[in-house]
Write a protein that binds this ligand. Sequence first.
Ligand SMILES: [Zn+2]
Ligand SMILES: [Zn+2]
Length: 136
Amino acid sequence: MKYRLMDLLACPIDKTFPLKLIVLRESEASVHSAAGGPCELYCGRLAREVKPSDTPEALGCSTCMKTEVEEGVLYCTTCSRWYPILEGIPRLLPDQLRDREEDLKFLRRFKDRLPREVVEEGRPYNLSGGKEKPQR
Ligand SMILES: [Zn+2]
Ligand SMILES: [Zn+2]
């Protein structure tokens, strides 16, 4: 997904906007599409709201339109849910459509690079249960 998408994505459960983006891997998009124009409400790459005084040049949102987030996490600060971005696709699914094993596999793979609020307290699944609790 492009950073530009952060300007549109909300939590499917409670509609919280914007979501918090944690980037694990990014790449330059092979197709440079200017679709949508610069970020209008929230710039995911700068992680801040767009102010009326911002110019597209100052925001640098041409980068938002051509940079793909390949792997990462979208996190909702309202309900503590996290959503994986896999192979460039944000998986904003309700709990009942999520695959617990896949989610836990993802968390284990990236646990050293994700914040505690996701790894240990994220919903619907996290690594805090039983023997998977990190020893610190
Ligand atoms: Zn932007
Ligand atoms: Zn939420």
